[in-house]
Structure formats: C-alpha cells, structure tokens
Design a protein around this ligand. Structure first.
Ligand code: ATP
Ligand code: MG
Length: 418
C-alpha cells in the first residue's frame, strides 16, 4: 500500500496510534496512512478504495480483512477563517459554522494539527525513518501525554481531546504533562456541547480499552466524569458505605478482566451497572403503593435512560438489554413455583444473574439469592424440584414483609433487590 503510493510518486507515511504503539513495543491496533495524494488520486490507485466523509474526505482501502484509513495531509484551520468570515468559494456552512473545505497541507502542517506529540510521529517506509516535528519521540521516552500547541486553545477546538488525554494516560501508563493537565480540571463543561452520539463512541473507547478502572478514576479526578454520567456522579457523591463506587468499580474491573482474557464484553451490561445507582434512586422517587416492582423498574428505567441519553447517546440495541437486565432483578427474587425454571431459559438470564452477583459483591443484601441461583444452576432436575419446594430464601412477598422491619438504609438496598 505504502509502496504503491511511493512508486506512483507520492509521499506516504504510517502515522498515529499504530506508530506510537509500535515504537513502544506494544501491538498496534491499526495503522493509519498519511499521504500527499488527494482522495481522488488515491481512489485511482486502489481498486478496493472507498471515499468517505463530507468535510474531509478520507480513503478507506480494504486489504483482505483489514481496512486502512488513508488521509491526505491537512493543515490546521487558520484562526479566524473558521468563523465569522463571508463564505468564499471553498467555504461552506456546517452546523451553523463557516468551514473551509479540504485545507490540504504538507506533512509538517499535518503533524501540527494532530492532538498529542506522541500521536504525531510519521514512519517513512522509504528509508525506515521516523519523522518527528512535535517532539513526540522525546515524550514517548519520558512518558508524557502532551498536547501540541496551546492546550486551552486545543481543548476548545475539540473538547474530546480531554477524554483522549485521559484514555492514553490510562492505556499507556503515561502522565499528562502539567500544561496539558491543568486545564482539564476547569474545562469539563466544554463536553456538554459535544453531540451525544460522538460521546457514546468515545465512552466505548474509554471503557472497553482494557483499562477501564484506571480511566474511570482519572475521569473522576479531572472532574470530567460528571459531564458524561451526571446521574451516576450525583449518586457516587452521596455514597453510603462505599456502595455505588464499589459496584461501578467492580463492573469496570470485570470488564478489564474479560478483555484481558479475550472474552467478549457487552456495553449493555456496563451501562446497566453505571446507571444502577441512579436507577435505585429513581425507583424510590417514583414508587407508589399500587405499583409492582416490575412497573417501578420499567418506569424508572425510562426516566434514567432518557436523561442519560441527553449526554451520551444510548442506542436501542443497548438500552433494550439494559432494561431487561434491570427488569429481571425482581424476578430473580422469586425462587419457588415455576418461575425459576423458565427464567433459566431466558436469553438474558446469564447477564441478569451476573448482575445480581455484581450487586452482591458491591454489598447489596442479595448474597442468599446469589447462592441459591448458583446452586440451582448446578444441581440436577430432581434436586431443582426440591429447591423449588423448600424455597430457602423465601418468596418475594416474604422478603418484602421482612424488609419493612429493617432500618431505612437496609430497606433501600432490599428494595432494589426485589
Ligand atoms: P488508538 O490506539 O486508540 O486507535 P490513535 O492515536 O490511533 O489511538 P485514533 O482515534 O485512531 O487514535 O486517531 C488516529 C490519529 O489521528 C491520532 O493518533 C492523532 O494523530 C489524530 N487524531 C485523532 N483524533 C484527533 C483529534 N481529536 N484532534 C487531533 N488529532 C486527532
Ligand atoms: Mg487508531
């Protein structure tokens, strides 16, 4: 690919995370290519090439199962030209802002518009050299995450860079350079203007990158987390005996362990856990005497999800399983009669049971239930019938009666259990 570009007389470099990870001796996730060939020219060279994007056209070139992104060198947008000027012929309006179209540039200009110095290293296949305009090699050595240019200005240009700083710091075990770090504490509010769909993509990268616990802690440290999950933050701030923090951290730690073991992870489970604290509060708030547990959970789920989705979009393919996981929690408290056997066959049983375990680990009063379900899955059919007859932990009704006698804090924990 690089050679084809080169032989056709173009400059071509590997750039971005692939080069960074390779130089660190880590396995690169993917490679991006930067070139002085224009998108149309790239398309002429490669049969399997698709041009994407409206404002900046990128070429996607397919190689077997991989897709390589090939971007033409771009320059920084010139300050003042982005806003307020009359549209010229190469300008157009996007999201109410006046944008300059396709400002192509040289490799050096391309280097300066990138986010961090360590992401701005170019690997030249012509002579196997690394081209470094921004001081990325030195920062890679020293372990610094450092923005190119004036940090405040760069964050204002694109506030998602704040999340990227945290993500790379956690993933690489690097420190954020003081000048790049200081504005993080102040500028979180800029994230409020980022479209929820983009934040959703970023949140997946933050929490499914294998370092979710560390990332979460950094996000809270820099007061960024509250702009992504305001309801969760509110709940974490009012922790009682560490409960909500424990649950969230356990869920993130499980995710990291699964990723390390190459097991699949479902964002739905993670979001269900992140929002469980807010769910418990919402249930308390809306619950009336005549409501069943199921109805209360359904209604609270609707409220919590629609409020959360104002910040971070939650696609239906995730909210449906989330709501099922929540809705199954009260059903799991019924451990006699026919219910348990039919629940075992429910497609969401495993996730709902794992969620119950998580709640138990975080200190909710569901240990007995967890044990019952663990045993119920282990034993044979006859033993199952015996378990259903004896109903060791009692039915949901009995539990509710018992709950009323408990002090307020414990009652709340139990309520969520039903
Ligand atoms: P990862 O390993 O997570 O893929 P990455 O550094 O490759 O990390 P990408 O999001 O794939 O990150 O972006 C590729 C490159 O594009 C980055 O290395 C950086 O040079 C540039 N880039 C990406 N996002 C931005 C941004 N918001 N501002 C400036 N440059 C960016
Ligand atoms: Mg990448």
């Amino acid at each position: 690919m690089l050679y084809r570009l080169k032989e056709s007389g173009y400059q071509a470099y590997l750039v971005g995370g692939g080069v960074r990870d390779m130089l660190l001796g880590r396995e690169p996730k993917d490679f991006d290519v930067a070139t002085n060939a224009r998108p149309e020219e790239i398309k002429e060279l490669f049969r399997s090439c698709h041009l994407i994007g409206r404002r900046f056209r990128l070429a996607h070139v397919r190689f077997g199962r991989d897709i390589i992104e090939v971007a033409t060198f771009r320059a920084l947008p010139v300050p003042g030209e982005e806003e307020g000027e009359a549209p010229g012929e190469d300008l157009h309006i996007e999201n109410g802002r006046i944008m300059r179209d396709n400002i192509y540039g040289t490799v050096e200009e391309d280097a300066w518009r990138r986010d961090f110095t360590i992401n701005s290293l170019y690997y030249n296949i012509a002579d196997f050299s690394v081209v470094d305009y921004a001081g990325g090699l030195e920062d890679l050595q020293a372990g610094w995450i450092r923005l190119i240019g004036d940090p405040v200005q760069r964050y204002r240009e694109d506030p998602v860079r704040m999340l990227r700083a945290v993500r790379f710091a956690a993933k690489l075990g690097f420190r954020i350079h003081p000048g790049t770090e200081a504005p993080l504490f102040e500028l979180g509010y800029l994230l409020d203007d980022i479209p929820p769909a983009r934040l959703f993509e970023e949140v997946l990268k933050l929490f499914l990158g294998g370092c979710a616990v560390e990332t979460f802690e950094l996000l809270r440290h820099y007061r960024l987390f509250q702009h992504l999950f305001p309801l969760t933050e509110e709940d974490l701030a009012q922790e009682h005996e560490g409960f909500p923090v424990k649950l969230v951290v356990r869920a993130l730690a499980n995710t990291d362990e699964r990723i390390a073991a190459d097991k699949p992870v479902t964002p739905a489970f993670l979001f269900a856990a992140l929002l469980w604290g807010p769910m418990r509060r919402a249930i308390e708030e809306i619950r009336t005497e005549s409501m069943t547990d199921f109805e209360a959970i359904q209604e609270a789920g609707g409220i919590v999800i629609s409020r959360q989705a104002q910040r971070v979009a939650l696609p239906k393919r995730y909210t449906l399983p989330m709501r099922e996981i929540w809705a199954m929690q009260p059903r799991l408290t019924q451990i006699s009669g026919k219910r348990p056997l039919s629940l075992l066959g429910h497609p969401r049983f495993r996730a709902a049971y794992d969620f119950l375990l998580l709640r138990g680990e975080a200190g909710e009063d569901v240990q007995e239930l967890c044990e019952w379900w663990a045993a119920f899955q282990e034993v044979n059919a006859d033993q199952r019938q015996a378990m259903l007859r004896s109903g060791v932990a009692g039915t949901a009704k009995k539990r509710r009666r018992r709950r009323r006698k408990k002090p307020a804090g414990a009652a709340e924990a139990d309520m969520a259990a039903e």
